[in-house]
Design a protein around this ligand. Structure first.
Ligand code: NAP
Length: 295
């Protein structure tokens, strides 16, 4: 069996077209333009490129997006004051603080300071709690992107054995919760693996769907999966540089061997990655609708 490739690039493109039309309609019919503020502290090159990509995508869709870049020695108080300013700014529907923050700033304090109705990253405890309860909220962008990929690829999760590898607050834990929900792309029987899991292969070999988010290059190999498995590879690992100076990226799954056994698989790059930014845009539009009384 050679796997069907689940293209995040294509799916993200389709969702962005839908969002573009939705944003144009919001402006035309209701004079509403969704507003997003991205805050970057410091000059980490990876963070800079993520923030640039987010702003570029937002602009292309018609979102009023503003990037604020602060120096690495910005104090926590100054950052909190800036968040407070945008919390009170009606033109701003979504606030995103790019992580990681410099060591002298308490990440939790900063994320908790964002008004939950503007928390388009879905990291505020109010949104995390609502997600666990299955209530309307902003879903964290990467797990949200995985859900959309599963839905739009027609992958049945109800009753499926799903193994999530990784239990971070931004990917693994929300992923586990979402797969459990009584909703579309949920209703799965979920197992979660982490560094203390004994004999991980005994779990992954039972899985109908594996969602890998460990950050370990090619850790899931063909002998660890069953025929017909669906693989969603969240991992993005830099393993070197090409001759042209571009980073060589691989996932947590050994794509070349596993694709021979899988029914469907996401590539890296071009899988979950493009979905993450797209879900940020979707959350920003949701925030604008919400602020305007769910128009
Ligand atoms: P993280 O915070 O480092 O968490 C990694 C998780 O994987 C931890 O729960 C860890 O277990 C588990 N783990 C690590 N090594 C393992 C092993 N050998 N066996 C079993 N479990 C193992 O990472 P993250 O932020 O969740 O990100 C995970 C990956 O997804 C990274 O490659 C990251 O770059 C990528 N990512 C991609 C996107 C995207 O848009 N495509 C977005 C976010 C993240 P313990 O809890 O026991 O330490």
């Amino acid at each position: 069996m050679t796997a069907k490739i689940i293209s995040g690039t294509e799916t993200a493109k389709a969702i962005r077209e839908e969002l573009k039309a939705e944003i144009a309609e919001l402006k035309e019919k209701h004079n509403v333009v969704p507003g997003l503020v991205t805050i970057l502290v410091g000059e980490d090159p990876a963070s800079q490129s993520y923030v640039t990509a987010k702003n570029k995508t937002a602009h292309a869709l018609g979102i009023n997006s503003k990037q604020v870049t602060l120096s690495a020695d910005t104090s926590e108080d100054d950052l909190l004051a800036l968040i407070d300013k945008y919390n009170k700014d009606d033109a701003c529907n979504g606030i995103l603080v790019q992580l990681p923050l410099p060591k002298h700033i308490n990440e939790g304090r900063v994320l908790y300071a964002i008004n939950p109705v503007k928390d388009v990253d879905g990291f505020h405890p109010v949104n995390v709690g609502k997600m666990v309860l299955g209530e309307q909220c902003f879903l964290p962008c990467t797990p949200h992107g995985v859900l959309e990929l599963l839905i739009r690829s027609g992958i049945e999760t109800s009753g499926a054995e799903v193994v999530v590898v990784g239990r971070s607050n931004i990917v693994g834990k929300p992923m586990v919760n979402l797969m459990l929900q009584k909703r579309e792309a949920g209703n799965a029987t979920v197992t979660v693996c982490h560094t203390r899991t004994k004999d991980m292969a005994s779990h992954t070999r039972r899985a109908d769907i594996i969602i890998a988010a460990a950050g370990v290059p090619k850790m899931i190999t063909a002998d660890m999966v069953k025929e017909g498995v669906v693989i969603i590879d969240v991992g993005v690992n830099r393993i070197g540089m090409s001759e042209s100076g571009k980073a060589i990226l691989v996932g947590d799954v050994d794509f070349d061997s596993v694709k021979e056994k899988a029914a469907a698989i996401t590539p890296v790059p071009g899988g979950v990655g493009p979905m993450t930014i797209t879900m940020l845009m979707k959350n920003t539009v949701q925030a604008a609708r919400q602020a305007a009384g769910w128009i």
